[in-house]
Structures are given as structure tokens and as C-alpha cells.
Write a protein that binds this ligand. Structure first.
Ligand code: SF4
Length: 378
């Protein structure tokens, strides 16, 4: 390890904010073990060092019809495709009843950019679900879905969010961020909103007091500079949200591009850049994120994409949360992530085996006690 790397790691361990160039130096030159040790120290200082949290939730993909054609997505179906669907309120409600039966607290409602679903559909979905399931947190849509609804309804994204919040939306999850760099976005999802628009929609959501989270997908052939640009934008937004609204993203979660069954994975990168990211790359990025995002308390491991073993290892590389039960996750599973949904007991065992005390949380990271019954399954 060079003197420079050694000094940078020492400053990071002291909680000092590193510049983009400084973190880039660490990304390129520091050993994985050293990065992990620094990230783990920061995680222990910023969160309860004895515990790892998890969320009992369910993903409901209310429609798979989409006109945005992201090259990395194996989930969507074009308009008129025989496998296209839109779930009814009763169908979604029945799924939430199953979630309630196992002590779940949050439903993640996400879907494609369906041109036949205007604002009224979402208002009815949210208000109907809130009336039937008042104790369940409705974390709904993503910034790009809000953008899609805004265009369809000829409204601003901010006004759409006000209408959705009034209908019962509790949170806006951070899906669709991928890499917040327009050169990469132009390569993988040309029709999706720009990086600036993603951030602006999040700004509106934070101004309204909605729960927000931040995501990142690595492995699209991006440079380390582009990865750092993404982290920089999140760090700036987090500073601003804290300053202006006293809130901000609850957590950061990253995972690697799942290339199976996707157009982008099949055709490969035209310039021969490697796609996807192996376990060491994922762990390195997890550690770098903990170091650079000094204003994010919680970092989440991603077992659905990385698998149980690597998600468990990520708990030593800056992550303090094992993620959620994800009773359904069609978008990732369609793209070839074969990892089965984990039972609540299995999640707790993974956390215990890693040396921590498992604690159930809700979407806002409030602790909600222990799960019911010894046989709860998802
Ligand atoms: S990732 Fe989302 S927006 Fe992109 S094609 Fe898939 S469903 Fe549509």
C-alpha cells in the first residue's frame, strides 16, 4: 500500500470527507481487505455495531407493460404482447394480505411505463390499498415511473407526487437510478429520464416528506469516474435534503447488472467493455460507497442479485442491513438472478452466522420487534 493510499484510508477512518479524486485513488489502488476494514469501522461508528437490520416486505409488479425498452431489462413486455398484464386492486390486495400474515410492514409497488395507465389508475390503486391495509407502508413507483405519469397526464412530476402522496403513497423508492451519468444512460436506456431529472424527482419527494432510498447498478461497462459521479450526485442530494427538509435517503443499495436474458447481456458491449461485476468488484464498490457516502447512515446488502454468501460478506464491507424478504422480485429474477426468496428465519440465520443480532425494521428504519412464529415462510 502506498503512503498516499495509507493516508487516505486513515483520513477516511477518521470520518473525514474525501474528494472525488481521493476516493478514485482508493478505488484504483487500495487493497480490498484495507477498504473493507475502513468501511467496516465507519459502519460500526455510524450504526449499531451489534445488529444488522432487515425488512419484511413484498414486491408487487403491478404491470409488466412498458414502452421504455431498457436494454438491461428482461421483465417488460411491449404493448399488445400476450404476456402483458395489469394487476387489479383485488389481486394486489390479496398479495398484501399474505404479507400481513407473516408480519410484513412494507409493499414495494413498481411496474413498467404502461401508456394505458394514467394518474387516476395510480390514485385509485394507492387510495384503495391504503383503505384496506392502513398499517402497510406503500413505497410506490420510482422516479422514472413518476416522470412517465407526468408526461401522460401533462403535469409536472412534482404535482404528480403531490397527488400520489395525497392518495396514500408513503415512499418513493430509488429504482431506475442505474448509473446517474447520461452517457451510460444513453447507452442502456435511451428513453428513460436523465440523471438530473431522477435527482429532481427525488428532490420533490423529499420536499413532500416521502421516504426515499438511493440505488446504483454497476457493471454496464462504466468507468470508475462515472461510478464516482453517481456517488457524488447522491452525496450532494443527501446534503441538500438534510439541510432543506431534515430528511434524505434512508439508505444506499448497490448491486451488479444481471445480464442473463437481457438484450444488453446478449449483444455485449460494442467496445468490448466487460459487463456485470464479480463478487470482489461488488464488495470493493460496497466498501467505497460506505467511505464516500459519509452522509448515508444505512447501506444495504443485496442478496437477490449477489447471493446469500456475498450479501453476508458485504456485512463486513460497510453494509449494516441485509435487505428485505422480497416475496416477489420479477424485474431482477427475469434477468437471471436465480437466488430464491429467503425466509424470514433464513435471513435471521444469515445475519446471526455473520456475527450480528438480527433486528426487523420498517421502511424508515424504525425497529419493529421480532417476527411472529417460528415457521414463518415467504
Ligand atoms: S427497467 Fe423498468 S422502465 Fe426499463 S424496460 Fe424494464 S420495466 Fe421498463
Amino acid at each position: 500500500m502506498s503512503c498516499k493510499t495509507h493516508d487516505l484510508l486513515a483520513r477516511a477512518r477518521d470520518g473525514e470527507r474525501l474528494s472525488t479524486d481521493e476516493t478514485l485513488t482508493l478505488y484504483r489502488e487500495a487493497g480490498l481487505d484495507e477498504l473493507g476494514a475502513a468501511a467496516d469501522l465507519l459502519r460500526r461508528e455510524r450504526t449499531d455495531p451489534e445488529t444488522v437490520t432487515y425488512l419484511v416486505d413484498r414486491n408487487v409488479n403491478y404491470t409488466n407493460v412498458c414502452t421504455t425498452n431498457c436494454l438491461f431489462c428482461a421483465f417488460y413486455r411491449p404493448v399488445g404482447h400476450p404476456e402483458g398484464y395489469v394487476l387489479s386492486l383485488d389481486e394486489i390486495s390479496a398479495k398484501i394480505e399474505e404479507l400481513e400474515a407473516i408480519g410484513g410492514t412494507r409493499v414495494l409497488l413498481q411496474g413498467g411505463h404502461n401508456p394505458d395507465l394514467g394518474l387516476a389508475f395510480y390514485q385509485e390503486m394507492l387510495s384503495g390499498l391504503k383503505a384496506r391495509h392502513p398499517a402497510i407502508e406503500l413505497d410506490a413507483l420510482s422516479p422514472s415511473e413518476v416522470d412517465h405519469i407526468a408526461k401522460l397526464s401533462e403535469m409536472s412530476p412534482g404535482d404528480v407526487l403531490v397527488a400520489l402522496r395525497d392518495a396514500g403513497q408513503d415512499g418513493l423508492p430509488g429504482g431506475g437510478a442505474e448509473i446517474l451519468d447520461d452517457e451510460i444512460r444513453g447507452r442502456i436506456s435511451r428513453k428513460k429520464q436523465s440523471a438530473a431529472d431522477w435527482l429532481l424527482t427525488m428532490e420533490h419527494a423529499q420536499a413532500l416528506g416521502l421516504t426515499t432510498s438511493a440505488t446504483m447498478v454497476i457493471g454496464f461497462g462504466e468507468t470508475l469516474e462515472q461510478r464516482l459521479a453517481h456517488l457524488d450526485r447522491l452525496r450532494e442530494r443527501q446534503d441538500a435534503a438534510r439541510r432543506e427538509h431534515g430528511n434524505g435517503f434512508t439508505a444506499f443499495i448497490s448491486w451488479s447488472f444481471q445480464k442473463d436474458h437481457t438484450v444488453w447481456g446478449n449483444i455485449g458491449d460494442k467496445k468490448g467493455r466487460e459487463l456485470g461485476a464479480g463478487p470482489d468488484e461488488y464488495l470493493r464498490h460496497a466498501a467505497i460507497s460506505r467511505i464516500h457516502l459519509d452522509n448515508f447512515a444505512h447501506h444495504q446488502a443485496s442478496w437477490p442479485t449477489q447471493g446469500r454468501d456475498h450479501a453476508r460478506t458485504a456485512l463486513q464491507y460497510g453494509c449494516d442491513d441485509y435487505g428485505s424478504t422480497m416475496m416477489e422480485e420479477n424485474v431482477v429474477s427475469s434477468a437471471g438472478s436465480e437466488h430464491q426468496a429467503l425466509t424470514i428465519l433464513a435471513i435471521r440465520r444469515e445475519i446471526t452466522d455473520a456475527g450480528y443480532r438480527p433486528v426487523q425494521r420498517d421502511s424508515r428504519y424504525r425497529l419493529v420487534g421480532t417476527p411472529p412464529g417460528g415457521s414463518a415462510q415467504v
